[in-house]
Design a protein around this ligand. Structure first.
Ligand SMILES: [Zn+2]
Length: 71
């Protein structure tokens, strides 16, 4: 996939509207193309709040209370 087609798909990729194969193709290109990766990051930041990449789950574990019991 070239840069132009990737850029065209970036918005849909961010919104999760691409098929698995298309999303994979975009990811492969983003992995190899810093320019498109930067464009993707900008678009994702502009479109909606970027989901933090949390591989586990989004069930609340807020590290708000840090243990301050170090000597
Ligand atoms: Zn590119």
């Amino acid at each position: 996939m070239d840069c132009q087609k990737t850029r065209e798909k970036i918005n849909r990729y961010i919104d999760g509207e691409l098929d698995a194969g298309q999303a994979e193709a975009v990811e492969l290109h983003l992995d190899a193309c810093p320019d498109c990766r930067a464009a993707c990051l900008r678009s994702s930041a502009a479109s909606r709040t970027v989901r933090a990449k949390s591989p586990g789950g989004s069930t609340g574990s807020s590290p708000s209370t840090a243990p301050a019991t170090s000597p």
